[in-house]
Design a protein around this ligand. Structure first.
Ligand SMILES: Cc1ncc(COP(=O)(O)O)c(C=O)c1O
Length: 406
């Protein structure tokens, strides 16, 4: 078959593939524990469901404006005022079909061929592929100290004449690290000095632990007016409101940029699905307690996972400050994270995501968005599989596994 160069250069999303594999194994009755997941288990807020079904009941489900219905834009404006202390006009807002589409349309709007987008490693798996789809060149910056946050100098050294934008995702998928204020402020200063776009991917902004306050990137910007600024902020209802399936994300940026994004989106997909937009209106304007209850559940799960991992000889961990992921270093057991991930799925039916996909081999991304029981049992199975001194047999449900490896 003749496919484009682009199609041949783009890899499948490894996390979505793992979800499929896990679902297939579960369908076959396999006792799978999914520590690879990227979505909270909780239900969508009731206000989202009520608002969505109110539209569905009318049967009048039609195209919407390409940049989103006015009610959603109004709700996004309110959210931005409340959580970022910024009052933005509707012309500075575009709603899209998930933060994924927000990022994709944004990259199409700003990148010329081969222009570079710089971001720290570890990074969300989709950044390199998205930048490539938009014709750009992805540049990951790895901290020399082996940590999860490079220095501002290391970011600066990765930039050159073709650099167009920087992406920061904090709290970070996959490490769970919340970048320090100094780092965000330093990267902002760098971008403003070099006239680069700074894309803040705030998908997990409020899912943070240990009494932290969510980072408000606008605090660090010297550009006083939104229309003169190249700071672009992406958000979505997917994780914070547990609404991954609704596919609603949004972008706040300069008016000219938002207009360009709207033109692209109007040709690509038109506005996001109307029922989903109304669901997002319900979530954003309704009772907000579901976020705090999800945050508390995740913090508790994070603590359970950390306690288990800390008792794991040879595994190096960094305590996540947010999200529902952590990114332990298993290289003392196996440096090839794809091999290790496959081994754990084959032998003890635990799904993990190889660190290589996030730009750091030797690590595994483990999610704690499941139940405490899943988190506990998942880590216990991994430990059993990797510890040669563990008893020779393990029960997965009522199935006995006998070690046939060293
Ligand atoms: C860092 C990051 N950005 C963006 C997204 C995309 O979110 P959405 O489901 O709204 O497209 C994800 C989803 O996993 C993510 O982890």
């Amino acid at each position: 078959m003749s496919l484009s160069q682009l199609a041949r250069s783009i890899n499948e999303s490894p996390t979505l593939k793992l979800n499929e594999t896990a679902a297939l194994l579960k369908d076959k009755g396999e006792p799978v524990i999914h520590l690879g997941g990227g979505e909270p288990k909780s239900k969508a807020p009731i206000d989202a469901i009520v608002s969505c079904t109110a539209l569905l009941r009318t049967g009048d489900v039609k195209y919407t404006p390409a940049d989103g219905i006015p009610a959603l834009k109004k709700a996004i404006i309110r959210y931005t005022e409340e959580h970022y202390d910024r009052l933005v006009p509707p012309e500075n807002v575009i709603a899209s079909s998930g933060a994924k589409q927000s990022l994709m349309v944004l990259l199409h709007a700003i990148l010329d061929p081969q222009e570079e987008v710089v971001y720290p490693a570890p990074y969300w798996v989709s950044y390199p592929e998205m930048v490539k789809i938009a014709g750009g060149a992805p540049i990951a910056v790895t901290a020399a100290d082996g940590g999860f946050q490079p220095t501002v100098d290391e970011m600066a050294q990765a930039m050159g004449p073709y650099t167009k934008a920087v992406i920061l995702n904090s709290p970070n998928n996959p490490s769970g690290v919340v970048y320090s204020d100094e780092f965000v402020a330093g990267v902002m200063e760098l971008c403003e000095r070099r006239n680069l776009y700074l894309i803040m991917d705030d998908t997990y902004n409020r899912l943070i632990f240990d009494g932290r306050t969510p980072t408000n990137c606008y605090r660090f910007s010297k550009d006083l007016t939104i229309d003169s600024s190249k700071l672009v902020v992406i958000n979505c209802v997917s994780k914070m409101y547990a609404m991954t399936g609704f596919r609603i994300g949004w972008t706040i940026g300069a008016k000219d940029l938002i207009r360009a994004m709207t033109n692209i989106q109007s040709q690509e997909t038109s506005g996001p699905a109307a029922p989903s937009q109304w669901a997002a209106v319900g979530a954003l304007t309704g009772v907000q307690s579901s976020i705090e209850s999800l945050r508390l559940t995740l913090e508790n799960n994070r603590n359970i996972m950390m306690t288990r991992l800390e008792a794991f000889n040879g595994v190096k961990t960094v305590k996540p400050g947010g999200t529902f992921y952590c990114f332990p270093d298993f290289s003392a057991y196996e440096k090839d994270s794809q091999k290790l991930s496959r081994f754990l799925l084959d032998k003890v039916r635990v799904v993990t995501v190889p660190g290589k996909e996030f730009g750091m081999d030797g690590h595994l991304r483990l999610s704690y968005c499941g139940t405490p029981k899943e988190v506990t049992e998942g880590i216990e199975r991994i430990k059993w599989a990797l510890d040669p001194t563990a008893p020779n047999e393990l029960y997965l449900g009522n199935r006995k596994i006998v070690r046939d490896w060293q």
